[in-house]
Design a protein around this ligand. Structure first.
Ligand code: ASP
Length: 585
C-alpha cells in the first residue's frame, strides 16, 4: 500500500472484520441516514465500499477523501450481493478531505453510456474513473504485457525506431512536422516502422518487434484513429509460415490473458476463396450465409439482366416474415449504392405440389429449370428470402458480401472469437486504365509468389493474377493486421518499381537508403503488424476502439480535452519558416 492507505476500497472482505483500515478514493455516492449518519460509497479503481460516517460531514460527489475506520459486518438485511464488498462496511470512520471537487460534468454511473462522447472526451480524466474505463485500460495494459512476454520468449528483440522520419509508403497521408533547423523541410511521422524494421534485418537483429505507435492521416471510423498502436514484427531467414506461427503465438497469449482461453488452430483461406465465399477479404466467419455460385445455371438465360460474368446468391433463412416489401426496396437501393445494377429478391413460399415456389417480380423472366436450380443450390426452404446479384465477379461478390453483413452479422460481443488467416493476396489491386500501371495492394516491398513471377511480364489481366506472399489476420470481420514476405533482392525490387512506374530517381529519393542497405547483404525476411487497439476492443466486446484508448480523438480528429489541433502563433510560424495561406476553396 502507500503511506496514506492500508487497503484498496474494492478489497475489503469478511476477513478484515475487526481491523482498522485506511482507504483513499473518490466519493461515489452519499446517502443520508437520519440526522446523524450518512452512508458514503468510496471508490477507487478496485471497486466501491460502504463507509458509515457522521452525517455532519460536508462530503460531496467526487471529493477526494481518506477514510479510516473499522471493518464490520453489515447489519442483517443490508447485505448487497451486487458488490464484492457487499457483506461488510467501515464503521467509526474519521474522514479527511484531501481535495474538494466541483460536481462532475456527467453522472459516472450506468447513465454515463448515454452521455455525448465529446463531453466524455472533454473530461476524459473523470470518464476514466468509471469501472468500465478502468477495466478497458487495465485489460489493454495486460494485453500489451502478454504480447511483450510472448515476443521476448520467442527470441524477438524490442527495438525502438524513430518518430521523426522521412515518409513511409503505407499508402495513407503522412502527418508532417516542420523542421526549425532546416526551414522549408519536414519530417514525416511514421505510418509504420516498415523501413526501419527491414533495416534492422539487414543490421543482423534477426527478430525484431515493437509496440509501435503509427500515424496515418486518413478518414476516421469506429475502428480507426489517426494514431494507433501496432505490434510490429519482422524475422530474418524466415518465410510466411514462420511469421504466422509467431504472430499466432502472440495473439494466443493475449487471448489467454484476457479471456482465459486459447485461440486454437486458426483456419486459413486464400484471398480468392474469401472473396468468393464471403464477398470480403476480411470475412466475418461467426455466421454462415455464404455466397453461392449460380453463374452456370444462367449460361443460356433469356433474362437480359442475368447475362453477366458472375451470378451469386445468398439465403436469408426464415427471413421472409420479418422482411417487408419496403425493406426489400430499401435493400435494393442500398445494393445500388454499393455498385450493383440491381438486386433480385425471391421469397420462398410453399408450392402446389408440396415443394417450394420462388416468388419474385422477375421470376417470370426465368425458366422453370433456372428457378429450380436457384432453389436447389441455395437450399431454399419455405419462409426464406433469397437475394441474387449479377455483375462481374468483383462487384457481385462485393455487393453480396456487404448484404450478407447487413442481414446476418451478429453484434460485436456475440458469437465468440473467430480468427482467420487470409493468404495469397493479389500483388496488385488494380491496373490503371490510362497508364496501364498496376496499383500495389500492399506496399511495394511485398514478394510475389515464386510460381507467379512469369506473370509479371504479362498484360493487365496477367498482372492481376499475380499472387503475393502477403497475408492478413482477421477477427470477426475486422482486419487485425497484415504482413508479407519482403523482396530482399535488388533486381526483383527494381522490376517491381519499374512496373509500378516508380522511376529510379523517385525510388532513390523515397527509399534509397533501404535499397542501399540491401546492397550490403540483406537476409530473406518477412514480417507482420497487428492493431492492438482493435484486438483489445474486440476482446472486450467494444464497438469502438476509442473505448480502449486513454485519450482518443473524436470522429473528426480533434481532442476536446486539449484543444488539439490548434493554431500556431506568428513568431512560432516564423521560426519554422512557415507562412499561413488561406485554406483552399
Ligand atoms: N507495415 C505494415 C503495416 O503497417 C505491416 C507489415 O507489412 O509488416 O500495415
Amino acid at each position: 500500500m502507500t503511506s496514506m492507505r492500508t487497503l484498496m476500497c474494492g478489497e475489503v472482505r469478511d476477513d478484515h472484520v475487526g481491523s482498522t483500515v485506511s482507504l483513499c478514493g473518490w466519493v461515489a455516492r452519499r446517502r443520508e441516514h437520519g440526522e446523524h449518519l450518512a452512508f458514503l460509497d468510496l471508490r477507487d479503481h478496485t471497486g466501491v465500499v460502504q463507509c458509515v460516517v457522521d452525517g455532519a460531514h460536508d462530503l460531496r460527489s467526487e471529493w477526494v477523501v481518506r477514510v479510516t475506520g473499522t471493518v464490520r459486518p453489515r447489519p442483517d438485511g443490508t447485505v448487497n450481493p451486487q458488490l464484492e464488498t457487499g457483506t461488510v462496511e467501515l464503521g467509526e470512520c474519521t474522514v479527511e478531505v484531501l481535495a474538494t471537487a466541483e460536481p462532475p460534468p456527467f453522472p459516472l454511473d450506468e447513465r454515463a453510456g448515454d452521455v455525448d462522447e465529446v463531453v466524455r472526451l472533454r473530461h476524459r480524466y473523470v470518464d476514466l474513473r468509471r469501472p468500465e474505463m478502468q477495466r478497458n485500460l487495465r485489460t489493454r495494459a495486460a494485453a500489451i504485457a502478454a504480447i511483450r512476454r510472448s515476443m521476448d520468449d520467442q527470441g524477438f528483440l524490442e527495438v525502438e525506431t524513430p518518430l521523426l522520419i522521412a515518409s513511409t509508403p503505407e499508402g495513407a497521408r503522412d502527418f508532417v512536422v516542420p523542421s526549425r533547423h532546416r526551414p522549408g523541410s519536414f519530417y514525416a511521422l511514421p505510418q509504420s516502422p516498415q523501413l526501419f524494421k527491414q533495416l534492422c534485418m539487414v543490421g543482423g537483429v534477426d527478430r525484431y518487434y515493437q509496440v509501435a505507435r503509427c500515424l496515418r492521416d486518413e478518414d476516421l471510423r469506429a475502428d480507426r484513429q489517426f494514431e494507433f498502436t501496432q505490434l510490429d514484427a519482422e524475422m530474418s531467414f524466415a518465410g510466411q509460415e514462420d511469421v504466422l506461427e509467431a504472430i499466432t503465438a502472440a495473439v494466443d497469449a493475449v487471448v489467454r490473458t484476457v479471456r482465459n482461453e486459447g485461440i486454437g488452430e486458426v483456419p486459413r483461406t486464400t484471398w480468392r476463396e474469401a472473396v468468393d465465399r464471403y464477398g470480403s477479404d476480411k470475412p466475418d466467419i461467426r455466421f454462415g450465409m455464404e455466397l453461392v455460385e449460380l453463374t452456370d445455371l444462367f449460361s443460356e438465360t433469356g433474362f437480359q439482366a442475368f447475362r453477366a460474368g458472375s451470378i451469386k446468391g445468398i439465403r436469408h433463412a426464415g427471413g421472409s416474415e420479418s422482411t417487408s416489401r419496403s425493406r426489400l426496396d430499401d435493400l435494393t437501393e442500398t445494393c445500388k449504392r454499393w455498385g450493383a445494377k440491381g438486386l433480385v429478391w425471391m421469397r420462398v413460399e410453399a408450392g402446389d405440389d408440396g415443394g417450394t415456389t420462388l416468388v419474385s417480380p422477375v421470376a417470370k423472366f426465368m425458366s422453370a429449370a433456372e428457378l429450380a436450380g436457384v432453389a436447389d443450390r441455395l437450399g431454399a426452404e419455405v419462409g426464406d428470402v433469397l437475394y441474387l446479384v449479377a455483375d462481374d465477379w468483383i462487384r457481385t461478390t462485393h455487393v453480396l458480401g456487404l448484404l450478407r453483413l447487413e442481414l446476418g452479422r451478429p453484434p460485436t460481443h456475440e458469437g465468440g472469437l473467430r480468427f482467420l488467416w487470409v493468404v495469397d493476396f493479389p500483388l496488385f489491386e488494380d491496373v490503371d486504365g490510362a497508364t496501364g500501371r498496376p496499383v500495389p495492394a500492399h506496399h511495394p516491398f511485398t514478394m510475389p509468389h515464386e510460381e507467379d513471377l512469369d506473370l509479371l511480364d504479362g498484360d493487365a489481366e496477367a498482372l492481376l493474377r499475380v499472387r503475393s506472399q502477403a497475408y492478413d489476420l482477421v477477427l470477426n470481420g475486422w482486419e487485425l493486421g497484415s504482413g508479407s514476405v519482403r523482396i530482399h533482392r535488388g533486381d526483383l525490387q527494381q522490376r517491381i518499381f519499374d512496373l509500378l512506374g516508380i522511376s529510379a530517381e523517385e525510388a532513390s529519393a523515397r527509399f534509397g537508403f533501404l535499397l542501399d542497405a540491401f546492397r550490403y547483404g540483406a537476409p530473406p525476411h518477412a514480417g507482420f503488424a497487428f492493431g492492438v487497439d482493435r484486438l483489445v476492443a474486440l476482446l472486450l466486446g467494444e464497438e469502438n476502439i476509442r473505448e480502449v484508448i486513454a485519450f482518443p480523438k473524436t470522429q473528426s480528429g480533434t481532442d476536446p480535452l486539449t484543444g488539439a489541433p490548434s493554431e500556431l502563433d506568428a513568431p512560432q510560424l516564423a521560426d519554422l519558416g512557415l507562412r499561413q495561406v488561406p485554406p483552399p476553396g
